[in-house]
Design a protein around this ligand. Structure first.
Ligand code: MRU
Length: 350
C-alpha cells in the first residue's frame, strides 16, 4: 500500500536557531516561531507553543544548548556551574512529563563527560540535542511497528480511539500512540480514528484531527463524554493513548481524561494500550501516586476562545494530567516491544 503520510516536524534546528511550529495557532494557522535564547524556549514550553512529552524533552535539550552557547568563560568548572541555573529554568516549565527532565539530564551528562575546550563542549551539546531529536523519530517508528504486533486481529480493519495529541506534533516526528495508528493505517489495518476532543485545551480536536487530515487518515471527532456510548455501540475496537510519565509498576500519567477512558474501556472489554518511549518511564518512582500532576491556569477551563462559559464566583480545579492504574492497561507499547505493565521492569537499566 502506498503511504499517504506527510512529515511534520515540530522542532527543527536551522540557521543557528530552533524553529518551532506554534501549536497554539493550529489548526487555523500553520506558523513557525524562531527561538534563539533559553528563556524563549522555556516560555514556549510553558505556554504550550511546543507540547507533548517527547517534544518538550527535545525542546529543553535545544534550550540548554542555547543557554550554554551564551556562557562566556574558559574555565570548565565555571562553565558547568553556569549551566545549572539554565537547566533549572527549563526544569521549572512543566512538572509531569519526565522526558523533559530526562533530556536535561542527558545534556548535563554530555557537558560533564566531554573532554576538551569550552567550545568543544558547546559543539557536543548541540550534537547531543540533534541526536535526542533524531533518536526520538526512530523510536516512534519502532513503537509503531511494535504496536502492529499487539493490535487486535479482528476485525481486519480497526476503529481506534485516542485521546489528546500524541502525533508528530508531540514528538520529534511521527508520534507514539498516533504513530501506532499511522503504522496501522499504512499497513491497511485501520478503518478510522476516533479522536476525543480533550477538554480543556482541545489537543484532540485541534491537533490530532489536523494531523489525520494532513495524512488523509479517516477521523471522527467526538467529545470526551461520548466514549462510553461509542464503545457500547461497538464502534471502538481498541484505545491507544500516550503517556507523560510511567512508573516502575506500570501506572501511567497522561492527559486528563485518560483514566476515565481506561475505566470505560475495561467496562466494555475494549483493549487499552499505552504507547510511549522508554524515556517516558521513570523507574525511580514506584507507583503513579508519586507523579507530580501539573495544575494549569483556570482560564483554560472557564474560557472557550475569548468567551467566559460560567458566572463569576465559581471556583476552579484544572489538573492537566491523571494517572491510569497499571491494572487497567492491556499493554505498554515501547520501542523495544510491547509488554504487560508488570513486565516493564525488564527495561530498567538501574
Ligand atoms: O499538555 P500536553 O498537550 O503536553 O499533554 C500531552 C499528552 O498528554 C500526551 O498524551 C503525552 O505527552 C504523550 S505525547 C507522545
Amino acid at each position: 500500500m502506498t503511504s499517504t503520510l506527510t512529515q511534520v516536524y515540530p522542532i527543527i534546528w536551522e540557521s543557528d536557531r530552533a524553529s518551532l511550529i506554534d501549536q497554539t495557532r493550529l489548526p487555523d494557522e500553520y506558523t513557525r516561531i524562531e527561538i534563539t535564547t533559553y528563556q524563549q524556549m522555556a516560555e514556549a514550553i510553558k505556554t504550550m507553543i511546543v507540547r507533548g512529552a517527547p517534544a518538550i524533552g527535545i525542546a529543553a535539550a535545544y534550550g540548554l544548548y542555547l543557554g550554554a552557547r551564551e556562557i562566556q568563560t574558559s574555565d570548565r568548572q565555571e562553565f558547568l556551574n553556569q549551566l545549572e541555573p539554565i537547566a533549572q529554568v527549563l526544569r521549572a516549565t512543566r512538572p509531569t512529563a519526565v522526558n523533559l527532565f530526562w533530556a536535561i539530564d542527558q545534556m548535563l551528562q554530555t557537558a560533564t563527560e566531554t573532554p576538551g575546550t569550552i567550545e568543544e563542549i558547546k559543539t557536543a551539546l548541540l550534537h547531543k540535542a540533534n541526536t535526542i531529536r533524531e533518536d526520538d523519530i526512530k523510536t516512534c517508528f519502532a513503537i509503531g511497528e511494535a504496536g502492529l504486533i499487539v493490535l487486535p486481529k479482528i476485525p481486519e480493519k480497526l476503529n481506534i480511539l485516542t485521546h489528546c495529541n500524541t502525533g508528530s506534533l508531540a514528538t520529534g516526528g511521527y508520534g507514539t500512540a498516533l504513530g501506532v495508528i499511522r503504522s496501522a493505517w499504512n499497513s491497511g489495518r485501520l478503518n478510522r480514528v476516533y479522536a476525543d476532543e480533550t477538554r480543556p485545551r482541545l489537543q484532540g480536536a485541534k491537533l490530532t484531527t489536523w494531523e489525520c487530515v494532513q495524512d488523509q487518515i479517516p477521523v471522527t471527532l467526538i467529545s470526551d463524554n461520548m466514549a462510553a456510548h461509542c464503545m457500547k455501540q461497538g464502534l471502538i475496537h481498541a484505545v491507544i493513548v500516550g503517556a507523560d510519565r510511567i512508573t516502575a509498576n506500570g501506572d501511567a500519567a497522561n492527559k486528563i481524561g485518560t483514566y476515565s477512558l481506561a475505566i470505560v474501556a475495561k467496562a466494555h472489554n475494549v483493549p487499552f494500550f499505552v504507547a510511549a518511549p522508554l524515556s517516558t518511564v521513570d523507574f525511580k518512582l514506584a507507583t503513579g501516586d508519586e507523579i507530580p500532576i501539573e495544575e494549569r491556569d483556570p482560564t483554560e477551563l472557564y474560557q472557550v476562545g475569548t468567551t467566559r462559559i460560567c458566572p463569576e464566583g465559581v471556583e476552579f480545579f484544572n489538573p492537566a494530567f491523571d494517572v491510569t492504574p497499571a491494572e487497567l492497561i492491556t499493554a505498554i507499547i515501547t520501542e523495544k516491544g510491547a509488554v504487560i505493565p508488570g513486565e516493564l521492569k525488564q527495561f530498567s537499566v538501574i
